[in-house]
Design a protein around this ligand. Structure first.
Ligand code: G3D
Ligand code: MG
Length: 207
């Protein structure tokens, strides 16, 4: 994954949302240019294309401003969205409930029905960051993500850890029918000797 090559590739739109300060802009530019940028609160949006392997569509990633006054504009991006990435600040426990409410509002939109979701559990480099299992519970993902493929990816926009994995995961979920995703997970679980419930609680992926 990185900058686009010369040959045109089909593009799929990924919408990246999350509260202001969760790290969306930082991670977009880390992923695109492997550079740490000094960010200012995003007014409007940033958009970048990301390369994927040749069998997958390239990604057009929209980073839409997350301040309260910007959130009513999120819906204007929903219609062409093939994948959703929701970024959370894993250290900011005070705002997790606000994040859960915003995510819940987003997922209720008819035009996003069935669209897969990757939650990026950002800022894992900081002490006290909640892990994916804890976030899964705090964000009530099992309930919110009924009938869609989903996954929680730990990451750090500062170090770059987990970013490519998160975007690879959204590509995988976009390409794979939900039933197949669930089947893959069950196979993986059995190979690790885990129960269906335990694995769903840890990593999600549909009902
Ligand atoms: P946003 O686009 O979601 O609003 P930004 O968030 O990308 O503007 O990031 C908000 C602040 O969080 C920035 O710090 C940024 O450096 C920091 N940040 C983003 N991701 C990480 C991360 O993974 N780890 C750590 N430690 N910090 C991160 P400032 O100080 O400029 O507000
Ligand atoms: Mg921003």
């Amino acid at each position: 994954m990185g900058t686009r090559g010369s040959k045109p590739q089909k593009q799929a739109q990924v919408l990246m949302l999350g509260l202001d300060g969760s790290g969306k802009t930082t991670l977009l530019y880390k992923l695109k240019y492997n550079e740490s940028v000094v960010t200012v609160p995003t007014v409007g949006f940033n958009v970048e294309t990301l390369d994927t392997d040749r069998s997958s569509p390239g990604l057009t990633v929209w980073d839409v401003g997350g301040q309260r006054k910007m959130r009513p504009h999120w819906k204007h991006h929903y219609s062409d969205t093939a994948g959703l990435v929701f970024v959370v600040d894993s250290c900011d426990q005070k705002r997790l409930d606000e994040a859960r409410k915003e995510l819940s509002r987003v997922l209720r939109y008819e035009s996003l029905k069935g669209v897969p979701l990757v939650v990026l559990a950002n800022k894992q480099d900081l002490p006290g960051a909640l892990n994916p299992e804890e976030l899964c519970v705090k964000l009530d993902l099992m309930r919110l993500c009924d009938s869609r493929g989903w996954f929680v990816q730990p990451c750090s926009a500062t170090t770059g850890m987990g970013l490519e994995e998160g975007f690879r995961r959204i590509v995988y979920l976009m390409k794979t029918p939900l039933k197949q995703t669930q089947e893959d997970i069950k196979v993986k679980m059995r190979s690790k000797g885990l129960s269906v419930t335990a694995m769903k609680q840890m990593f999600g992926c549909g009902s």
